[in-house]
Design a protein around this ligand. Sequence first.
Ligand code: HEM
Length: 512
Amino acid sequence: MNSTAKLLILLTSFLCLFLLITLFKFLHKYWWIPLRIQYALSLQGIKGPPYEFIHGNNKASVQFRKEALNKPMAALTHDIFPRVLPQFYSWTNIYGTQAQLVISEPELVKKVLKNIEGSFPKKKAEGFIYKLLGDGLLTTEGEKWARHRKLANHAFHGESLKSMNPAIIAAVETMLEKWKGQEGKEIEVFEQFRLLTSEVISRTAFGSCYLEGEKIFQMLTKLSILATRNLYKSRIPGISKIRKTTDEIESEKLAKGIHECVMEMIKKREEKIVTGEADSFRSDFLGLLVNAFHDSDDKNRLSLEDLVDECKTFYFVGQEMTKSLLTWTVLLLSIHSDWQEKARREVIEVFGDKNPHSEGISKLKTMNLIIYETLRLYPPVFAISRKVARDVQLGKLIIPVNMEIMIPIIALHHDPQLWGDDVHLFKPERFAEGIAKATKYNTAAFSPFSLGPRSCVGMGFANTETKIALSMILQRYTITLSPAYIHAPFPQFMLQPQHGLQVMLHSLQSDA
Ligand code: HEM
């Protein structure tokens, strides 16, 4: 045999080995693991929808979602779980609430979210979600998470949080200035709150303004739409390296565009030091990040990629969630004029006609009840997912490694067994004696900001922003719902009104 033939045989053998390993990995992931999980659970009496090769239950999920979202909602009901997560609603009814893929039992939810032994980490962000958030605080794990969390805690708690009030007030004033002359007319507030919350996160975390970050916001929104659209679409693994879909091509362009814009923003902050315009990177969130990027200690230093990913995460999450909370609160207040009046009386008692201040914000008890009840009925984050890192006992069951766990927060918040028969009614008074009493001491039954170490780092910030904005609106206007409003809560990353929120503003001054 000559040397060329030998080489050919060697190459062919390598190729065959490579193909065999790839096939093995593929079958392990898409055939062996799902069937092993299904078998392990069926031995323990847990049934679920059958697994379909590669697609899992994605096709069924898409169909459920399509049907639910195309159906108009009956008037103004708050019974929205079947619309927002229709697949879980149906499967829970068919297979029982103990189905382990979907956990809606508060004690088990607490165990998963507290993650004391590290058995329930977050799923690694992939595909569209990775392009949107990268490996930032929301998605990352381990030592990197702990370091980044420390930075974010510093930027969004305590004195730092208090020092943000003037910037939040200024942003609300800008919005209200535009509302002047709109009295007695219809106004769509979901878009107004998008601009407001974008302005607030830009000013407080990044020391800039909405207009400077406008391109980033627009591209992130487009990416989030693509991410939601592709959430339940499965692709044969590796195929996107050969043939990309239009959405994949578009998402790559967007991710590149966002990266460039964020880099420009970082460079601007650095240039201020070089030109002597500033003597530090400042103490806002961006300043802390840039500082960590320049840290002389390798252990603390942030990579450029990490820096960009954190900016993306906070630009996106920092406005999306509060926008949702503000919108649903205004909807509920526009329907429940008695609670609107109670909230207004409290605001006037605490602030008069002056701007909100930190000391007063903590005295807004009625507003707190209203915000809790809104978060219960319309949780911006309506579901949380985790994976199982090792075979682990959860309640009476052994959950196999690699299984994904879904916690539909909205199901917990709408469960009559946990809240009583009035579960779908807006009754802020249920929280009058605290969360523990309202949830019959099942505190995990109310988890709008999640629980445990991975709970929301922006909770205080979102609460403050919401209270300031609502106070300033209520000081000036009575709000009623416009007949044009169509009730259609829509799961687009967070819970949003599909057709916006149209309300009528009535000036208090002219009413007096
Ligand atoms: C009403 C408003 C908000 C709600 C309901 C909310 C809810 C949540 C929930 C449920 C989680 C846990 C997600 C999970 O475990 O998968 C979370 C995490 C997080 N939130 Fe919020 N959030 C809100 C506002 C904000 C704001 C304004 C910011 C930024 C300033 C923010 C930043 C984050 C970050 C970075 C995480 C990840 C924390 C970690 O894993 O350590 N959130 N949020």
